[in-house]
Design a binder for this molecule. Structure first.
Ligand code: ACO
Length: 353
C-alpha cells in the first residue's frame, strides 16, 4: 500500500499586480525585480479574501479531480503561516465553510515555505499508519495583510488611483527587499491509500534548525511578549517580516540539493533518475542554482515564480498542479519536491506519479 496524489487544484486571487504597479508606490524597477528574482507579476487577494478562502478554492478543484466527496475525506492538513485567526487554525474554518462532516480530523501546521512539503510527509505517514485513508492537504498563504495598506497599496489592485506621498514612498521603499517577492495563492491535493506499490511516495527527509530563526521571522506579535501585540510594535513595523535575504539564499542553495541527494540515496535512486524536480518558488536564481548544483537540466526543473512570486505554502502545490495539467508530470515519472523556508525548515520528498 502506498500514498498517492489522486487530485489537485489551485486558488489564485484575481488581482494581477505587475512589477510596474509596485514601482508606482516605492523605489523599485521591473528590471531589478526580474533580474534579482525572476518575478514579473503576482496576484493579490481582495480585501477580506483569506488564506482559508484561497485554500477552499484549491480544495474544490482537488476534490473534483480526485472524484471524491466531502464524506470520503477522513482528515485535513492545512499548511499556512497566515491563518484567518490567530487561533484556531484554518482547519475548522474549512471544515465548517466547506461542509465537511465533523468526523474530519483537521490538522493545522505552520512550516512557512516548507509547509506543503511537511504536509506531504504528514499525510503520507498518517496514511501508512493505517489511521486515515484519504487526506486533503492544503497549502495557502496571503502576504498582502503584511503590507502597509495605508501607504497607497490599494492602488496596486485598483481600489485607489493616486500618487503616493514622499513619506509613503519612503516607508514602502524600506521594505522593498521583501514585499516585491511575495504573492497570494493556494494549492491543494488529495492523498489516498492505494493498493498499488508501483506508484506513490517513496520517502522524505525533513530538517529543522531553529538556531538561525532570525534569518526570516516576524519580530513583533507573539506570546513571548506581554502583551503579545502593542501599538508600538505596529508603529515600529515589527509586524512586517524581517529577512536576511543573503543568508536565506545561501542556506537554500546548500540545504535543498543536500536533501534531494539524501532522499534519493535513501530510496536507492540517484539524482539522474528524477524526471521532474519541484523546487519551492522563492527566487528563480535559487531554483536555477539548485538545478545546477544537482546537474539537472532546466527542462527537468519547472518554475512559475515569474507569474505568482512566492506564495509560501502555496508554491509547491500550485507548481505540481500546473505540471500535471500541462502534461509535464506523467504517470510513472519520478518527481521530487524540495523546499526551504522560515524556521529554518527544509527537506525533500520523492514521489512516483
Ligand atoms: N528594488 C530595487 N532595489 C532593491 C530592492 C527592490 N525591490 N530590494 C533591495 N534593493 C537594493 C538593496 O537596497 C541593495 O542596494 P545597495 O547595494 O545600494 O545597498 C541592492 O538592491 C542589493 O540588495 P541585495 O539584498 O544584496 O540583493 P540580492 O541580490 O541579494 O537579492 C533577494 C535580494 C532577492 C532578497 C535575495 O537575497 C533572495 O531571494 N533571498 C532569498 C529569499 C527567500 O528565499 N526567502 C525565503 C522564503 S520566504 C518564507 O519562508 C516565508
Amino acid at each position: 500500500m502506498k500514498s498517492v496524489i489522486t487530485g489537485s487544484g489551485i486558488g489564485i486571487p484575481k488581482n494581477l499586480v505587475t512589477n510596474e504597479k509596485l514601482a508606482r508606490i516605492m523605489d523599485t524597477t521591473d528590471e531589478w525585480i526580474r533580474t534579482r528574482s525572476g518575478i514579473a507579476q503576482r496576484f493579490y487577494a481582495d480585501p477580506g479574501q483569506s488564506s482559508a478562502d484561497l485554500g477552499m478554492m484549491a480544495a474544490e478543484g482537488a476534490l473534483q479531480t480526485a472524484g471524491r466527496s466531502r464524506e470520503e475525506i477522513d482528515a485535513l492538513v492545512f499548511a499556512t503561516m497566515s491563518p484567518d485567526y490567530f487561533f484556531p487554525g484554518n482547519g475548522p474554518v474549512v471544515q465548517a465553510k466547506m461542509g465537511f462532516p465533523e468526523s474530519l480530523a483537521a490538522f493545522d501546521i505552520r512550516q512557512q515555505c516548507s509547509g506543503f512539503l511537511f504536509g506531504l510527509d504528514l499525510a503520507d505517514s498518517l496514511i501508512l499508519s493505517g489511521k486515515y485513508k484519504r487526506i486533503l492537504l492544503i497549502g495557502a498563504d496571503v502576504h498582502t495583510p503584511f503590507m502597509p495598506w495605508q501607504n497607497g497599496w490599494a492602488t496596486t489592485i485598483g481600489l485607489e488611483d493616486r500618487e503616493v506621498t514622499a513619506a509613503e514612498r519612503e516607508a514602502n521603499t524600506k521594505i522593498r527587499d521583501r514585499v516585491v517577492l511575495f504573492g497570494d495563492g493556494a494549492g491543494a491535493v488529495v492523498v489516498e491509500a492505494v493498493d498499488d506499490d508501483s506508484r506513490g511516495f517513496l520517502g522524505s527527509k525533513l530538517y529543522t534548525n531553529g538556531s538561525n530563526l532570525e534569518a526570516l521571522y516576524t519580530r513583533g506579535v507573539g506570546f513571548r511578549l506581554r502583551p503579545f501585540v502593542t501599538h508600538q510594535q505596529i508603529d515600529d513595523s515589527d509586524i512586517i517580516p524581517d529577512m536576511d535575504g543573503r543568508e536565506v539564499f545561501r542556506q537554500a542553495l546548500s540545504k535543498m540539493p543536500e536533501a534531494v541527494r539524501e532522499v534519493c540515496a535513501a530510496a536507492g535512486k540517484s539524482v539522474s533518475d528524477i524526471d521532474i524536480l519541484l523546487v519551492h518558488q522563492a527566487n528563480l536564481r535559487i531554483v536555477e542554482g539548485v538545478a545546477k548544483q544537482l546537474g539537472m537540466s532546466q527542462d527537468r526543473v519547472p518554475h512559475n515564480i515569474e507569474r505568482y512570486a512566492n506564495t509560501t505554502a502555496g508554491t509547491l502545490p500550485i507548481l505540481y498542479h500546473e505540471c500535471v495539467t500541462e502534461g509535464r508530470i506523467k504517470p510513472g515519472m519520478l518527481v521530487c519536491f524540495t523546499a526551504l523556508g522560515s524556521g529554518l525548515h527544509w527537506g525533500a520528498a520523492l514521489y512516483r506519479a
